[in-house]
Design a protein around this ligand. Structure first.
Ligand code: DGL
Length: 279
């Protein structure tokens, strides 16, 4: 297994596809002075329907690639990877690669905030099949807020709608309404809903349309960004390793042209993208 020395470099952000761009955008808004490197494993997306072992292996390869490219810190901008791979990577891989490098996920920061939002203590979760089956959200929520009742709905068709730029289409309405209705049928006291997949903010206007107006919808981007800012304040030696040129580079395992075209809906800037091979 590769070993990586301590070195300064950009913050790495990873997702199975484009969803992590919703996290990256908010992080860059809040922390613009750092350099960033984004890796989308678009060739193998979606992860949400894959087994624990496969998600772990794919995520491990992507984190290794981001370390190879010089990132001292990697954010898994993907709930499925955070649910199914983060702990194993932290426990088994990081100590071998370099115990001073860090990998952080998006689930814990989201959960830390949830107690502030819900009044009824009934919370809904939309997420991928993998995230729902892992039970990461209920397990972690109950550690901090044992009184919260959480109802989850897996939405396997939402990621393909986003990956194929169909999130705005009339056809998307059918599948948004379908999963919203499933959640409302599970618990009518829900006052807060977590979008527990980083692709879902693209579907927000449609989710808003079908959820009753009093239900608050939580997207993760801003939450993860403020949690990262707090992390860097508390971890000065990591903060000092991060380079501060305000740049952002993009890597994809799919075609550069395809990434550039699809990513433009998430980002309001011209980007340069490079293809990368994982092996
Ligand atoms: N964006 C990822 C997440 O937050 C999942 C997408 C996928 O299924 O690959 O869970």
């Amino acid at each position: 297994m590769a070993q990586f020395p301590n070195q300064s470099g950009p913050i790495g952000v990873f997702d199975s596809g484009y969803g992590g761009l919703t996290i990256l955008s908010e992080i860059r808004k809040r922390l613009p002075r750092y350099d960033y490197l984004y890796l989308g494993d678009n060739a193998r997306t979606p992860y949400g329907t894959r087994s624990f072992d496969v998600v772990y292996e794919f995520t491990r390869q992507c984190v290794e690639k981001l370390f190879e490219l010089g990132c001292p810190l990697v954010i898994l901008g993907c709930n499925t990877a955070s649910a199914k791979a983060l702990k194993s990577i932290q426990m088994y891989d990081l100590p071998k690669w370099n115990p001073d490098r860090r990998v952080l996920g998006v689930i814990r920061p989201t959960i830390e905030q949830i107690g502030e939002y819900t009044r009824t203590k009934h919370v809904g979760l939309f997420a991928t099949i993998g995230t729902v089956q892992s039970e990461s959200y209920p397990i972690e929520i109950h550690k901090l807020f044992p009184e919260i009742v959480i109802s989850s709905v897996a939405c396997p068709l939402w990621v393909p709608l986003v990956e194929n730029s169909e999130y705005d289409s009339d056809g998307a309405d059918y599948f948004v309404k379908k999963y919203v209705d499933q959640l409302l049928a599970k618990d009518d006291q829900i006052d807060t809903v977590i979008l527990g997949c980083t692709h879902y903010p693209l579907l927000l206007p449609k989710i808003r349309k079908y959820l009753p107006a009093h239900i608050r919808i939580i997207s993760q981007g801003a939450i993860v960004a403020s949690s990262l800012e707090d992390y860097l304040r508390r971890h000065v030696s990591m903060e000092e390793l991060l380079t501060k040129g305000g740049s952002c580079q993009f890597f994809t395992t799919e075609s550069e042209e395809k990434f550039k075209k699809s990513a433009s809906v998430f980002l309001s800037e011209e980007i340069s993208v490079r293809h990368t091979q994982l092996d």
